[in-house]
Design a protein around this ligand. Structure first.
Ligand SMILES: Cc1cc2nc3c(=O)[nH]c(=O)nc-3n(C[C@H](O)[C@H](O)[C@H](O)COP(=O)(O)O)c2cc1C
Length: 219
């Protein structure tokens, strides 16, 4: 399955259309050189458009290509794109704080409030990260979840290697996209896998959190 489908009739949130997202003129070398990990953020929220921009740059689907593959804004071994993007959202205009998931093929946001109640899960999620403060201050923390069968089906066990490599590309695009917005971002690899998987209701075998990153506005 190219994407984890929500149950029929689930409420989804339309994101500003990818084609209409304002482009930003950047000096590429400057962008690359200015990229740095930023772990402290202001209280200023992202706009929904900015969130849509970050999602589009990291996992946006440009074109489905059949057999479960897709062409996206990041490379992926065999165009398998085995990730689901879970979001821990605290400060985005128009969104209540909570857990969400990006539906990349339709460019929609799926609220997970019923499955992952905010009040009960927020603390457990924060506690799972070694660099807790960055997550606590973040406007949004991204968690990339591998649905490993999408890769194993084509590549056998080598699919695990590709999952880790693919995750790096996704996070690098987040760094660059955040930098282009003059926002901050920090990769998060030091977290308790089992705890993040538990909070997100992942079995840790077929689907598991592989990488995360915090993002937010800076001074
Ligand atoms: C795979 C990976 C995992 C990381 N995990 C964390 C983390 O858990 N917490 C953190 O504060 N920084 C984390 N970082 C950020 C690194 O510490 C940072 O990239 C490094 O210190 C270099 O700094 P720079 O990104 O500003 O160039 C991680 C970076 C990578 C690539």
């Amino acid at each position: 399955m190219p994407e984890k489908r929500p149950p029929a009739g689930t409420r989804v949130i339309k994101l500003p259309e990818a084609e209409l997202l304002p482009d930003r003129e950047v000096n590429f070398l400057e962008l690359v050189e200015l990229r740095a990990s930023v772990r402290s953020y202001t209280q200023t929220p992202f706009t929904l458009q900015e969130l849509a921009y970050l999602l589009w740059c990291t996992q946006g689907v440009k074109m489905p290509i059949g057999k479960g593959g897709s062409m996206r804004n990041v490379p992926s071994a065999g165009a398998r794109h085995a990730f689901e993007t879970y979001l821990f959202i605290q400060k985005v205009e128009g969104l209540v704080p909570g857990f969400y998931r990006y539906l990349s093929f339709e460019h929609l946001l799926l609220p997970l409030a019923e499955q992952i109640p905010w009040e009960e899960s927020r603390e457990a999620f924060l506690h799972a990260f070694r660099t807790r403060q960055a997550v606590e201050e973040s406007a949004v923390t991204f968690v990339w979840v591998a649905q490993i069968e999408r890769l194993l089906y084509v590549f056998g066990k080598r699919g695990y290697r590709y999952a880790f490599l693919d995750a790096g590309h996704v996070c690098e695009n987040l760094y660059l996209a955040a930098e282009s917005l003059k926002a901050g971002c920090c990769a998060m690899g030091a977290f308790e896998d089992a705890e993040v998987n538990r909070v997100l209701h992942l079995d840790g075998v077929r689907e598991f959190s592989i990488y995360a990153a915090t993002a937010g506005k800076v001074g």
